[in-house]
Design a protein around this ligand. Sequence first.
Ligand code: BDR
Ligand code: CA
Length: 310
Amino acid sequence: MKKVILDVDTGIDDALAIAYAVKSKDIDLVGLTTSFGNTSLEEATRNTLQLLELMGREDIPVYPGAEKPLFRPHLKQKAAFIHGDDAMGNHSLPLPKTKPSEKHAVEFIIEMVHKHPNEITLVFVASMTNLALAIMKDPSIVEKVERVVIMGGAATVAGNATPAAEANIYTDPEAAEYVFRSGLTVTMVGLDVTMQTLLPREQIAVWREKQTPYGDFMAHIVEFYINAYQNFLPGIKGCALHDPLAIGAVINPDFIKTKPMHIQVDCEGIHSVGRTVADLRGIPANPPNVDVALEVDAEGFLEHFLSVVV
Ligand code: BDR
Ligand code: CA
């Protein structure tokens, strides 16, 4: 079992990633850390607690982290048109009874990495603000982290938050650039692959037929997400499983094929702020700093994802 800390800005695909990680027999989810992004820190934390309660897993601790980018004002407000006003498809779950931990996400990350040297996999499916802050506070963690997998960026395809930038990088470009230059080995699961892992509409009925609170919730959020995707990108066959694919890459690294590349985040550009600029020339002057997922076994991943989360 791999010890995982999952950092989320709980919106809909984050919720699907949490469900996948919680239910996977290959993952020991030692804690969830939260951040602003799809919504505010407060709402992302609340959503995370609501989902854990629904799944009967209040034992998994939740640590709130950053509420704003490192250096700049929020570039992006709520992504309500994709995730709903509450960032979870305007569902009707009760407010959580459990409280988040009083410890800050950054403290928790540092503490766990030292407690379990070379054992902790950090999965970031939000901005990398909490990770950048943890490295700034204690650079020695870089040598002790087992692996970092992020959902974010786009090396060979267009952005989604803007024509150039993927949303998690756009949310805090400086944090991403800082992490990419930190010496950590980062696997980047970006739009190059996540836009190929689509959950089809037929799946909604499978959850709905279960007639359980969990099944109803999953059907509800996925229907909202697919409607949003199909409004936004007419003709698309379903919703993109962005955040779940980062978990999939931890469970089975063979779901993706990566290539070491030199990646820099554009923190200045007029039209391209937040772009992950990949040096596709691969010249020696620019040594690789990120393992970028460029291919995905979409069918194998989807089958596995559904076998776990349904
Ligand atoms: C990423 O941005 C967020 O809106 C999603 O939750 C996902 O992490 C996709 O670009
Ligand atoms: Ca996310």
